[in-house]
Design a binder for this molecule. Structure first.
Ligand code: NAG
Ligand code: NAG
Ligand code: NAG
Ligand code: NAG
Length: 484
């Protein structure tokens, strides 16, 4: 144990990524407007630690090793626009503008008046000087004219008072203007908190955070299944039994959908360009496989289709790009030909699957008394790298899928099915679980986890259905008081 205090935190991640991803092509199906990202719904990781955001209306929860920011809630735009504070601020700023316009007019008028008064003042001074001169040379003036001059000067005298007062007024007006500018400045700062501009900044930051969140959660990768969402039917097509999938390599960008209808001796592999095309049944290409298949346990992984060859325990690796068989190898001891199928039968003896860790096969053998065996396969050579005996009877299992090296087994293919048993390869241990899900069409003949999309793909009685999942992550985070 290291000296640093470590805390184990539990983080729940609801992988609604699939919803987002599908919204690109199927907004109608998932009820999403593809142009509006719904705040906080693209991915959620909730930890027990919460870090309130610095901005009002922001809440940021969670941390992974002190770095992973996980859930963001921003106010919706309508909330922002309808904020009563916003309306009041708008009113105040209107009034400010109104007052400032009046002040401007007043200020102009006062300045003009002042100029006129200044002119008068000069006149007055001239008059006064002349009066003084006249006073010194009284002999050149008649007493009447002198009297008149004195009279007009005394009449002009109140002008001086007016000039003085106006000067003060103008000074005050200037101060008022300065005050107004300051007010306007702080008002602008306040307003920015509520304007569209600010909201867009929030959205931009949310976008960046969500991107970080995506990369963070892809680094998280592994978690334990705790919940399965309501089913989302993508299409109703084909027979009662079949298989449909997308490339499950985690960093693949291939969005093609592959469909293999039926479980018995099929050779027809249908390729759709996208999930949207699959949902509408258009833009497809049909490939004919060189060997017929058995069961529905096929998987598309890193550009290859892996499937069980009919009437054998041979696993075939078929290259989707060239249409050639790259490898085939028997899965030693594996039962086939409906010897150890899942509860629904259909030659589902060998179930191939992929998770975050690679390619796997689930099967059984007479030597192991019908127990489900789990083997990790080399995707190139198809050699078994390592095997585990889960101890669970294969014929009692409805289906099984792997997430992060843990095998989840359902107890039935019929209505009421639930994830009943889990085998962890990391610890070679098992546990009984009780994870319910809605088996909408009551007959599941294929159930696989796609680690790239983080969703469950099922073929349910001629319907192609997706389930979103919730994973529990156990994360070691440094304690807040750590002095390391
Ligand atoms: C602006 O001033 C005028 C007249 O002083 C007034 O009628 C009007 O209501 C004012 N507007 C605002 C927004 O205060
Ligand atoms: C307030 O400031 C803004 C710029 O921030 C300016 O456009 C506006 O004219 C100013 N209003 C007043 C009344 O000074
Ligand atoms: C996927 O295939 C490419 C070549 O086609 C190969 O280089 C790569 O190692 C493969 N990835 C995995 C995880 O098998
Ligand atoms: C597979 O089973 C069928 C009958 O269901 C049988 O005819 C066939 O010989 C079996 N094949 C092998 C290789 O066991």
């Amino acid at each position: 144990m290291s000296a640093a205090l470590l805390k184990v935190g539990a983080v729940l991640s609801t992988m609604i990524m699939v919803t987002n991803w599908m919204s690109q092509t199927l907004p109608g199906l998932v009820g999403l407007d593809p142009h509006i990202a719904r705040p906080g719904t693209s991915e959620k990781i909730i930890s027990q630690v919460s870090y309130p955001g610095e901005d009002e209306g922001w809440q940021v929860y969670g941390s992974v090793q002190g770095k992973c920011v996980c859930s963001i809630m921003t106010p919706a735009h309508s909330v922002c626009g309808g904020d009563p504070r916003h309306t009041r601020l708008q009113l105040i700023s209107d009034q400010l503008l109104n007052v400032s316009q009046h002040m401007e007019i007043l200020s102009q008028r006062t300045t003009q008046d002042l100029q006129r008064l200044r002119d008068s003042e000069t006149l007055l001074q001239t008059l006064e000087r002349r009066l003084n001169t006249a006073h010194e040379e009284t002999h050149r003036l008649s007493s009447t004219s002198l009297q008149e001059l004195r009279g007009s000067v005394s009449q002009c005298r109140p002008l001086r008072v007016l000039v003085g007062r106006l000067r003060v007024d103008v000074g005050q007006l200037e101060t008022l203007k300065e005050e107004m500018e300051k007010l306007n400045e702080s008002l602008s700062v306040l307003q920015q908190h509520f304007t569209l501009h600010h909201y867009q900044q929030l959205q931009q930051r949310q976008f960046i955070l969500q991107r970080h969140l995506h990369s963070c959660s892809s680094q998280l990768g592994c978690g334990q299944l705790t919940g399965i969402s309501a089913p989302l039917t993508i299409r109703s097509s084909g027979s009662r039994f079949g298989s449909w999938m997308m490339d499950s390599l985690v960093d693949s960008t291939d969005n093609r959908v592959w469909v293999m209808d039926g479980y018995f001796k099929g050779r027809r592999l249908v390729e759709y360009q996208s999930l949207g095309d699959f949902a509408t049944g258009q833009n497809f290409i049909v490939h004919h496989l060189p060997h017929p298949w058995a069961g529905t346990g096929h998987v598309v992984y890193n550009g290859s289709l892996y499937y069980n060859k009919h009437h054998s325990n041979v696993v075939v690796r078929y290259d989707l790009a060239s249409g050639g068989v790259l490898q085939q190898r028997p899965l030693a001891q594996a039962g086939f030909n409906n010897t150890f199928p899942y509860s629904w039968g259909g030659s589902s003896d060998i179930d191939l699957m992929a998770d975050e860790m690679g390619l796997w096969a689930v099967y059984s053998s007479i030597g192991r008394g019908g127990n489900m065996l789990l083997s990790r396969l080399d995707p190139d050579s198809l050699e078994v790298l390592r095997s585990w005996d889960t101890g669970f009877s294969k014929r009692s299992a409805g289906e099984s899928f792997l997430i992060c090296g843990s095998l989840y087994v359902t107890n039935s293919h019929l209505a009421g099915a639930k994830v009943h048993f889990t085998f962890h390869t990391a610890s070679a241990s098992y546990e009984y679980t009780d994870i319910a899900f809605h088996n909408q069409y009551s007959h599941i003949s294929m159930l696989d986890y796609n680690p790239r999309v983080r969703a469950l793909y099922t073929w349910n009685n001629g319907h192609q259905v997706l389930y979103d999942i919730t994973l529990l992550h156990f994360i070691r985070t440094r304690h807040a008081n750590s002095t390391d």
